[in-house]
Design a protein around this ligand. Structure first.
Ligand code: FE2
Ligand code: FE2
Length: 252
């Protein structure tokens, strides 16, 4: 694989009190300078899934020059938000493929609940999608909720209720990278041959100890994956570097 860059953003939270539209606008300007091959948006576009909030999210994300894949978050699932999401952003289960990566993004939200859930039918769909993916491609899975708890989350109460089944499936399918948002705190876990990359928030004031809103930059080449957190309008902090190959993540 030649050099490939993914930007992972999430939790815009348009409509939240003290929502930082200025940070989201600056992030998009920065992303267009980075010129990533792909932008993955890991959900919580809105505060409570009001149509105007989704429209603002669509208008902002349209300013990104790179291809993008977008997932729903729990905040996008209030008020029957999935209908507006599908109208403006397309299918809630979406695939993206190019000459380097195969990405599957799923809706892990449940109407009017904060917990995440994919379920047996969803897992069957994920199983089929990764089974047909070219083995040469880096396999990436994106969802809003976290599969392993995140530090600085306070009392853990809205993780995936079927996280164990999801982790087993993703490992079995040779997924190397799992991208999530939700808890507004950037973090990395390595588990077996996978790395779980969590992005912070790029628009919410709820920063959970981060100095400002942020997003992740993932740089991939033939042998390495390097993941950094970019503070919006500020410095980039390297968080982890991993070796990867046919057997997924092998060290780091
Ligand atoms: Fe959020
Ligand atoms: Fe969330």
């Amino acid at each position: 694989m030649s050099k490939y860059t993914i930007v992972q953003i999430s939790d815009l939270h348009i409509g939240e009190a003290s929502y930082r539209r200025d940070m989201v606008v600056t992030a998009i300007e920065e992303i267009n300078e980075i010129k990533p091959n792909l932008v993955v948006v890991c959900g919580d576009l809105t505060w409570n899934a009001i149509r105007e909030q989704f429209l603002e999210a669509r208008d902002l994300l349209q300013n990104i020059d790179s291809p993008q894949i977008v997932t729903m978050g729990n905040h996008d699932a209030f008020n029957v938000g999935y209908l507006t999401f599908e109208e403006l952003f397309g299918p809630r289960y979406a695939e993206y493929q190019d000459e380097s990566v195969f990405v599957m993004a799923v809706d892990s939200s449940e109407p009017d609940l904060n917990t995440g859930h994919v379920g047996r039918e969803g897992r069957g769909f994920i199983d089929q999608a990764f089974s047909k993916a070219d083995e040469k491609l880096l396999k990436i899975f994106a969802l809003h909720h976290h599969l392993v708890p995140v530090p600085r989350s306070g009392r853990e109460r809205d993780s995936m209720v079927d996280a164990g089944d999801m982790l087993e499936l993703l490992m079995h399918k040779g997924v190397s990278l799992v991208l999530s948002g939700h808890r507004h705190y950037p973090w990395l876990w390595r588990l077996e041959n996978m790395v779980l990359s969590y992005s912070g928030t790029c628009g919410s004031p709820r920063l959970r100890g981060s100095p400002c809103q942020n997003y992740n930059i993932i740089k991939i080449d033939k042998n390495n994956i390097e993941i950094s957190t970019k503070l919006i309008g500020g410095p980039t902090r390297r968080r982890g570097k991993y070796r990867w190959g046919k057997r997924g993540i092998t060290s780091g």
